[in-house]
Design a protein around this ligand. Structure first.
Ligand SMILES: Cc1ncc(COP(=O)(O)O)c(C=O)c1O
Length: 397
């Protein structure tokens, strides 16, 4: 068929040869560390490209290869994928592949916390890497931060903390002018809604523990880039640092990817209902979700994103900690938890973390508020989610 297949069809069938596996509709799980060879010449031929044929699961595994093929197809044509043991496994491998001792990184300020700690604390101490953080809402900030040691620009758009966006093509143009590699954490949008590599970004990373997995039953990560970049990461960071995904996790991910488009459409629709409900509620001061026209970068969001997902933030109107706690504790369907992107609705208050080290009076110095709330809108009946938020918000008035 010359017709170009849609992404739902590709996620369902890409790379699968069912008749080669007794007609099994679900691909077999190669739950093994090792693969054996017919003779000397056979293993010698396998070593000619350690990434192509399974030798040992730290490098390659057929179940993982199948999941990688599907994620590469999701990201666009002509790309390759490497799966890792977690999202941080993907971030650390991609960064290590991009910088050497003494190099400089420009990163967006609200990048995921452990990513920030990895480049700014861990690599700074061990490899003398320096980092300049920029707010990211104006591409000129990146241009101004570049030095002759800058090797990497790190984006996260929208950021999962404050939902700020970067103008991806504009930052890519600046980076290309200086020969600097760009990397983006695309976990929030997934490649279904945001085609970063097609916009010119060199490396895209994901936590598969969020929407790509979608069932809150796996921890994994993905790096997607041109095949030569992925090959280099496999034979260096994957082999040497060893944060390899487990075959069973890849197998569960293959299951998850089949329903990604329909899950994301449902998350997007429910999230819009929830965001609009919150925006008009008197107990809510402000809602942070790039799909709302009130979002300061709404025009950029419409240009760059093909859709929106279920993680959003809002600030309660009250600054009374007792009422803020009462709101969180009154929620029945939204459960208290730190992750997001799964089937279940979740709530988290950043103050739970900040109050451990910071008195409430200092919150405004950091641009945060005691009443900041983060929710992950899941796949439950949206009317139930609105009713749950409505009854809990009465405790915050
Ligand atoms: C935006 C973002 N990137 C990366 C990660 C790290 O992923 P993992 O927990 O799979 O290591 C997370 C986890 O919360 C995240 O929110």
């Amino acid at each position: 068929m010359s017709h170009k297949k849609g992404i739902e069809t590709r996620l369902a069938h890409e790379g699968e040869d069912r008749l080669a596996h007794q007609g099994a509709v679900v691909p077999p799980l190669y739950q093994n560390s090792l693969f054996v060879f017919r003779d000397w010449d056979d293993i010698d031929a396998a070593f000619a490209d350690r990434t192509a044929r399974p030798i040992y699961t730290r490098l390659t595994n057929p179940t993982t290869l199948l999941a990688e093929q599907k994620i590469a197809a999701l990201a666009g044509d002509g790309y390759a994928c490497r799966l890792t043991a977690s999202g941080m496994g993907a971030v650390s491998a991609a960064v290590m592949n991009s910088v050497s001792q003494g190099d400089h990184i420009v990163a967006v300020k609200n990048i995921y916390g452990p990513t920030n700690n990895f480049i700014n604390r861990y690599l700074a101490g061990k490899m003398g890497i320096s980092v300049t953080f920029v707010p990211g809402d104006d591409p000129a900030q990146f241009a101004a931060a570049i030095t002759d040691r800058t090797r990497l620009i790190m984006l996260e758009s929208p950021s999962s903390a404050v939902f700020g966006l970067q103008d991806i093509p504009a930052v890519v143009a600046i980076a290309k002018k200086h020969g600097i590699r760009t990397m983006i954490d695309n976990t929030w949008a997934t490649p279904l809604w945001q085609r970063c590599l097609d916009m010119g970004v060199d490396i895209e990373v994901h936590s598969c523990s969020k929407y790509l997995g979608g069932h809150s039953d796996i921890v994994g990560g993905a790096i997607v880039a041109r095949p030569e970049v992925i090959h280099d990461i496999i034979v260096n960071e994957s082999e040497l640092l060893g944060a390899t995904i487990a075959p069973q996790t890849s197998w569960l991910l293959i299951r998850s990817l089949r329903t990604l488009p329909m899950r994301l459409r449902s998350h997007a629709e429910s999230a819009r209902n929830v965001a609009e409900f919150l925006e008009t509620h008197p107990a809510v001061k402000r809602v942070y979700w790039p799909g709302l026209e009130s979002h300061p970068q709404y025009a950029l969001a419409r240009r760059q994103l093909k859709g929106f997902t279920g993680l959003m933030g809002f600030t309660l109107a009250t600054t009374d900690l007792t009422r803020i706690k009462a709101f969180v504790n009154a929620l029945e369907i939204f459960q208290i938890g730190v992750s997001w992107g799964g089937h279940e609705s979740l709530v988290y208050a950043p103050a739970i973390s900040y109050l451990r080290d910071l008195p409430p009076e200092r919150f405004s110095d950091l641009g945060i508020s005691l009443g900041d709330i983060r929710i992950s809108v899941g796949l439950e009946t949206v009317g139930d989610l609105l009713a749950d938020l409505g009854q809990a918000l009465e405790k915050a008035v």
